[in-house]
Structure formats: C-alpha cells, structure tokens
Ligand binder design. Structure first.
Ligand code: CP
Length: 335
C-alpha cells in the first residue's frame, strides 16, 4: 500500500497545490461539491481544547455527507505512547502504533490536535506525537494544531486575505506579537508564515526582544519568500511593524528563551502589556485590516475599537475555517 498523503504543515506543498485548495474552498463556499464525502468518516482526536476547529470540522463533514467521530483525550481515551520500542510500564496502556492501525480500519482520515509537553522546546518542536500518528496510520492524518504548526488555520487565513485583497504577492502583512496573560502557541503564525511566503506575501514580524519565532521555520520561510520574490523583516516595535501594512495579524507566543519556566516567562511578558493592537497603530497602516486566529482577549490583544471596527476580518476568517477545511477534506480524502 502507498503511504497516504498527510497534511501536517504547509511546508511540503508548493504554491500551485495550496492555490488549488484555496480555489476549491471558494467554490465550496458558494455551494459546490455538496455531499462529496457521503458515507466517509473522519476521526477527530483532541489532546487539547478547541472551540472553532472541533465545530468547523464536524459541520464540514456533516455538510459533505460524511460524519465525525469525536474523541477527547482523558475523557474518551487514555494516554497513548508515541515512542517506538518503549517498555510500556508507565501511564500509557496503549501504543500509537496500535491505536493508529485500528482507527485506520474504521476511519477514512484522522485529524489530530496535540498538546505540547511544555518543558523543552527542542523536544516539543519535533512534534513527535503527530509524526508518530502519521507514520503509523494507513489513512491521511490532518493536523488540527500541533506544537509547531496549524496548517488548517493558515488556509483559512490565506483564503480571507485573498477574498479581501485579491492578489497575495507583494501584500504587506504584519504578524504582530501581542500581550497575553499566558503564552499561546506560535503554531498559527508559523503556518501562515510558511504558507504565505510561498505566495510572495511581504511579511513583517513584530515582537519584543526575546520573543523570536522558531529559527528553523523563519529561515525556511525567508528562503521561500526569496524564491517568490519577496522578503520577511523582523522588527521590535509594534507601531513600526504596523506602519504601511495592509493587514495586521495578531497573536501572542512564548519566549523560547524561558520555555518551560512559567514564572520567569510571566515576569518577562508582564513588561510588554503595551503590545496591543489599537486604533493608533491601525491608523499607522495603509487602511489595514485586522486578523486574529482566535480565541482573542479583548482589550489585551486588541482593543474593542479595532476588533469591532469596519477593518476587522476576524469573523470572516473564522467562518473560512469551515470552507477551507471542506476543501482540505475533499483534497486529502480523494481516493
Ligand atoms: N483558531 C483555533 O484553532 O481555534 P480553536 O482553538 O477554538 O479551535
């Protein structure tokens, strides 16, 4: 049997492939391909909480004539061991190898949201759990957000930017670190940067000193951007980052310098509460639109004025999760 094609990150896919998925998402948003997945079953495995991803995948499968089997770690199933060759005398009573093989015989695809261990970034960045599933499953594995990537979110983001601006090449988009009481995952930003660079988006990444994105992902995205004729710049001032942007995409992410040290990290991030997307910063843009992958903390990440303003695309962006995921399902469950 050929290995199934998985959707773990945008990285292995070229611009033409991603463009086709986006084109399909637009057609599906306008009613194409109804009931395309009649009789098909998608497993949703959640090791971490979700509001949008869980709901939009379930509704997408329902509207395409298929069904979801929704499984939440701890309440529905037990710890699963991802490491091969392990003597399984710890908390996990079952190996991913066995769970993936069995679920592959019931399901047409398996979508997974993982949770980081949160102790060592070099360990977490390997995304061992989702890669173990992809290795062992006999059906496509779709990433619903891992430690490093959130490709389904990135497809909805690109769809929203394309709907709003038409052409992505040369579009000035600022990825803005914002204040937040707890660190959030950088996965949505990593995936948008990775995918958007292939389209030639001109990204500015704005974050305080010490809040660098994953160096490997940034380097790969810069190389992709260069191939596409664009550049990625990094600045350490939010207002400067917003200046001239057509879109500001806000998100908080952890400081990798104190990853796994929540007390140290909390003290560090408390110095940056002024990193909020507000009206003044949006006025520095070029009639800029506001995006956020959500959940969003009002008046911490972004002011009510911007969130509820005419330039906010956040609800269109969230709705596009449904349409773009239908296109992802149609693409990866093709056979
Ligand atoms: N953006 C996103 O993935 O939302 P949820 O965490 O609610 O699924």
């Amino acid at each position: 049997m050929d290995s199934p094609q998985h959707f773990l990150s945008p990285q292995p896919f070229d611009r033409a492939f991603l463009d086709n998925v986006l084109d399909r998402a637009v057609r599906m948003k306008h009613g194409a391909d109804k009931r395309l997945l009649e009789g098909r079953s998608l497993g949703l495995l959640f090791f971490n909480r979700s509001l949008r991803t869980r709901t939009s995948f379930q509704v997408a499968m329902f509207q395409l004539g298929g069904q979801c089997v929704n499984l939440t770690s701890s309440s529905d199933f037990w710890d699963l061991e991802p490491e091969e060759g392990k003597v399984m005398d710890g908390s996990a009573p079952e190996h991913v190898k066995d769970a993936a093989r069995v679920l592959s015989s019931y399901l047409d695809a398996i979508a997974i949201r993982t949770v980081p261990f949160g102790r060592n970034y070099d360990v977490d960045r390997r995304d061992a759990v989702i890669h173990a599933w992809a290795k062992q499953a006999r059906v496509p594995v779709l990433n619903m957000e891992s430690n490093v990537h959130h490709p389904c979110q990135a497809m909805a983001d690109l769809m929203t930017l394309r709907e709003t601006f038409g052409e992505l090449k040369g579009l000035k988009v600022t990825l803005a670190w914002t204040a937040n009481p707890q660190p959030q995952s950088a996965a949505p930003v990593h995936s948008l940067l990775t995918a958007g660079a292939k389209f030639g988006i001109e990204f500015t990444v704005a974050h305080p000193d010490g809040y660098d994105l994953d160096a490997g992902i940034l380097a790969d995205a810069k190389a992709e951007a260069e191939r596409a004729g664009s550049t990625i710049r990094v600045v350490h001032d939010l207002t400067e980052g917003c200046r001239g942007a057509r879109a500001v995409y806000a998100r908080s992410w952890p400081s990798l310098e104190c990853y796994g040290q929540p007390t140290v990290e909390a003290v560090k991030r408390s110095r940056f509460t002024s990193w909020i997307v507000d009206g003044a910063r949006m006025r520095a843009t070029q009639d800029g639109k506001f995006l956020h992958p959500m959940p969003v903390r009002r008046n911490v990440n972004v002011t009510d004025e911007v969130m509820d303003g005419a330039g906010s695309l956040v609800y269109q962006q969230a709705e596009n999760r449904l349409h773009s995921q239908k296109a992802i399902l149609a693409t990866f469950l093709k056979s």
